[in-house]
Design a protein around this ligand. Structure first.
Ligand code: FUB
Length: 440
């Protein structure tokens, strides 16, 4: 992996307001798949699926979802869980024990919030798509008595086009799209098939948005082993769409799905997607992530590299998880769970020998330089490390006594750090595992 070029100079880093610890995955106490993000009332609302370990058929090993939670954030780092939006027992037309509450979407129209979700119907097979309506983006949502007529399939996505017309798209024997009536609850005419002109390999999870007068269809697309994220563009919401390329390549690990959404917030575009970070052995228990996405001048989309670091700026006083690194050396470094039986407890980074290092970008030291660094570590033989925010200038050098269990150590800061800096942590001697660092 490349070593970073330092952008944060000592004492001269950019000053901005404090924020909470930033990393991927973004929700760290439960599984969250299929993350649809929308901006409502100045915040980002996240409407994901809620993967659980099946309580009824643990041996079944498949997608299992009994309800939806809503989350919101103003900084993309601190997420408020607004609790359960709908659960399978409350859907009048759904199987109360279907465990099939797959990828949803939510849009606002004329002051009402419409939540679209697939679910197993009480009678028949497959999936129908229902709507639940609320006055606020966080509910309470009231499900309609019947699913939308004419929509059989999964992964609804709704587009409110700038001319005031709304469209619904879903995956059901290919990609289908249709106009919605103004009531947002019924199709306005027949649906059309949209994936046929695209290269073969459309799977599911379409996300459609409008930007600068053009329509983007982004979708999971399998060329090889697992889902990539591809996109196509059109001048018309119902196509034809022209294939343009990949937004994200297939994952390095085994997560077969990659459901996503794109959203513009405070002048930046973000890609929300998922991976199986907390469940590396079972890819139906997934976790939402965010990375920045950029557009070229001509409107095409730049490829996004998935990161552990994610987006946002971590305050120096938060527990900065170096295992969610921006860059890391080779030489036997790796990241693993603190406790494999309790994945939500998080990870540590292993730095096994001199010259191994890890770097975490964008830590906000504010305008009052901290006096101490505190580190949670363990080390067989003991270690010595240098911490720098500018190459070759350590702001702290720390001697770590041998510690076989997790131990905290505090060391003085030898330089004054303010503003936003990247922190580089390098081993000078010995071996070490680090859970987090923080500044006091
Ligand atoms: O979460 C269940 C299904 O997996 C979604 O509906 C698909 O898009 C895929 O992510």
């Amino acid at each position: 992996m490349n070593k970073a070029i330092y952008t944060g100079a000592l004492g001269a880093c950019l000053l901005i307001g404090a924020a909470a610890s930033a990393q991927n995955p973004i929700i760290r106490d439960q599984f969250t798949a299929d993350p649809t993000a929308r901006v409502f009332e100045g915040k980002v609302y996240l409407y994901p699926s809620h993967d659980i370990i099946s309580p009824v058929e643990p041996e079944r090993k498949w997608f299992c979802m009994a309800d939806y939670h809503i989350f919101s954030s103003e900084d993309l780092m601190n997420w408020t869980d607004h609790g359960v939006l709908i659960s399978q027992e409350n859907v009048p037309w759904g199987k109360p024990d279907g465990y099939s509450m797959w990828a949803p979407d939510c849009v606002e129209k004329n002051g009402k919030y419409y939540f679209y979700f697939p679910n197993a119907p009480k009678s028949g097979r497959g999936f129908a798509v229902g709507v639940a309506v609320a006055d606020k983006p966080y509910g309470p949502f009231k499900p309609e008595a019947e699913p939308i007529k004419g929509v059989m399939g999964i992964d609804p996505c709704v587009l409110n086009a700038s001319d005031g017309t709304s469209y619904i798209y879903w995956s059901g024997m290919g990609l289908r799209g249709a106009k919605l009536k103004d009531n947002m609850l019924e199709l306005d005419g027949e649906s059309v098939r949209l994936d046929e002109p695209l290269p073969a390999g459309f799977k599911e999870g379409p996300f459609i948005f409008e930007r600068e007068g053009r329509f983007y269809l982004t979708y999971p697309w399998v060329q090889d082993r697992t889902e990539t994220l591809a996109y196509a563009m059109s001048d018309n919401p119902l196509g034809p769409y022209e294939y343009k390329g990949l937004i994200m390549d297939q994952s390095q690990s085994s997560c077969w799905t990659n459901h996503h959404s794109l959203v513009e917030y405070k002048g930046e575009w973000y890609l929300f997607y998922h991976h199986n970070d907390y469940s590396p052995q079972f890819d139906k228990n997934r976790s939402a992530r965010i990375d920045k996405v950029r557009f070229n001048e001509d409107g095409t989309i730049q490829t996004v590299t998935p990161t552990l670091r994610g987006v946002g700026i971590s305050p120096a006083s938060s527990l900065i998880q170096l295992d969610r690194y921006s860059f890391m050396s080779g030489g036997g470094t790796f990241v693993d769970f603190l406790d494999t039986q309790k994945p939500f407890d998080g990870w540590f980074v292993n730095l096994p020998r001199p010259q191994t290092w890890v770097e975490y970008e964008d830590i906000d030291f504010g305008n009052k330089a901290p006096k101490k660094i505190r580190i949670r570590y363990r080390s067989e033989a003991g270690a010595a490390m240098g911490f720098s925010a500018e190459e070759n200038k350590d702001f702290a050098t720390v001697k770590f006594p041998s510690a076989k269990t997790w131990t905290e150590i505090t060391a003085p800061m030898d330089l004054e750090l303010t503003g936003i800096c990247n922190v580089h942590a390098a081993v000078n001697s010995g071996d070490i595992q680090i859970d987090w660092i923080t500044f006091e």
